[in-house]
Design a protein around this ligand. Structure first.
Ligand code: TMP
Ligand code: MG
Length: 289
C-alpha cells in the first residue's frame, strides 16, 4: 500500500492498526484532514554529516550577536537541562517545573543580548539549520490539497517562521503557535511573549480554546508529527478526533527510548532524517481511487 513503510528505519508495534487508521483517514477524505507538527528535530533535521543540527534556540545561541560569556551560559543551561528533558526515568511532574526553569533562564539570557529584529533573517541565513529531506514535497502537498498544517513549537516562533520563509514553503495553510519574541520600539529584544511553551505543556493549556482550534474542529482526521514524548499531547485541544496517526522521530539514544516510543507513537522512525514516510502516507491519502 505504501512502500515507504518498508524502510528499515520504520518500526511499528501494531502494523495492522496503522494500516487501519491510514485507510480510515483516506476514506474520510482530504477535507477532514489536518496535520499537527512539532518543529525542532521533527520538521528540521537532527543531524547532517555526523554533526548535530541546531534547534531554533541554538540558532540564536550560536549566532555572532551573542557574547562569548552569553554563549557559555546558554551552553551550560543546555548541558544541565537537556538530559533531564529526555530522561525516561523522570516523571512529567518532575520535569515540568525544571523545563519552565530552563526556558525562563534561557529567555532571560537572550533578552540581555541586544538582539535586533532586523538581524533575525541574517542569523537564520548564517546558521546550520536544515529542514528534513523531502520538505518541499511535504509542504507543497499539504498546501495544494488545502490541508491545514498547525506547527506547535516550544522553540522560537520568529526563528522557525524565518526558516520556513527562507525555504520558500511558508504557505497560507500554515499556522504557528510558539514562543514569540517581544521587541521594543527600537526593534531590540526585551523578552518573550506569553504563554511560555516548553516541551511538556504542548497541550490545551496554552491553546485555551483559541479561535484557530475551534475552526479545526471539523477536521476529524489528524496526522501528528513529533520527536519528543511531550509532542504526544499536541492534538488534545481538538474536540472531535475520529482518526489519529502519531508518527514519532526517534533521533537520539535510540535503544534506550525505543520501548517507550513504540508504546506511544503508532509509527516510530529511527534515525530517519527524511520526511519519506510522511510523504508516502500523504501521497496515498491524496490519490483518487
Ligand atoms: P520542541 O521541538 O518540542 O518544540 O522543543 C524545542 C527544543 O528546544 C527542545 O528539545 C529543547 C530545545 N531548547 C534548546 O535547544 N535551547 C534552549 O535554550 C531551550 C530553552 C530549549
Ligand atoms: Mg522537537
Amino acid at each position: 500500500m505504501i512502500v515507504e513503510l518498508d524502510k528499515t528505519t520504520v518500526r511499528m508495534k501494531n502494523p495492522d492498526h496503522v494500516r487501519g487508521i491510514i485507510s480510515s483517514i483516506k476514506k474520510d477524505g482530504v477535507n477532514k484532514l489536518q496535520v499537527i507538527s512539532d518543529f525542532d528535530m521533527t520538521l528540521s533535521r537532527f543531524g547532517w554529516n555526523g554533526r548535530r543540527c541546531p534547534t531554533s534556540h541554538n540558532i540564536l545561541d550560536n549566532s555572532q550577536v551573542i557574547t562569548e560569556e552569553g554563549k557559555k551560559q546558554l551552553k551550560d543551561l543546555l548541558h544541565y537541562y537537556y538530559p533531564i528533558e529526555i530522561d525516561p526515568n523522570r516523571t512529567l511532574e518532575e520535569k515540568c517545573p525544571l523545563m519552565v526553569e530552563w526556558w525562563t533562564r534561557a529567555h532571560d539570557l537572550l533578552s540581555q543580548q541586544k538582539i535586533l529584529k532586523g538581524d533575525i533573517a541574517q542569523i537564520v541565513k548564517e546558521s546550520e539549520v536544515m529542514l528534513r529531506e523531502g520538505f518541499n514535497e511535504f509542504f507543497d502537498q499539504l498546501h495544494k490539497n488545502n490541508v491545514p498544517l498547525f506547527i506547535f513549537s516550544a522553540g522560537v516562533g520568529d526563528i522557525l517562521e524565518e526558516i520556513i520563509r527562507q525555504a520558500n514553503v511558508f504557505h497560507p495553510n500554515i499556522n504557528v503557535v510558539s514562543n514569540y519574541m517581544d521587541f521594543d520600539d527600537n526593534g531590540i529584544l526585551r523578552g518573550f511573549k506569553r504563554p511560555l511553551i516548553h516541551t511538556y505543556n504542548k497541550n490545551n493549556t496554552v491553546l485555551n480554546n483559541t479561535e484557530y482550534f475551534q475552526q479545526l474542529s471539523t477536521k476529524t482526521s489528524i496526522i501528528l508529527l513529533g520527536d519528543s514524548m511531550g509532542d504526544l499531547t499536541m492534538a488534545d485541544g481538538v474536540t472531535n478526533v475520529k482518526n489519529i496517526l502519531k508518527i514519532g522521530f526517534l533521533n537520539d539514544k535510540v535503544e534506550e527510548h525505543r520501548g517507550k516510543y513504540l508504546e506511544s507513537y503508532d509509527i516510530v522512525l529511527e534515525r530517519d532524517e527524511t520526511l519519506d514516510v510522511v510523504n508516502g502516507i500523504l501521497r496515498y491519502t491524496f490519490i483518487e481511487t
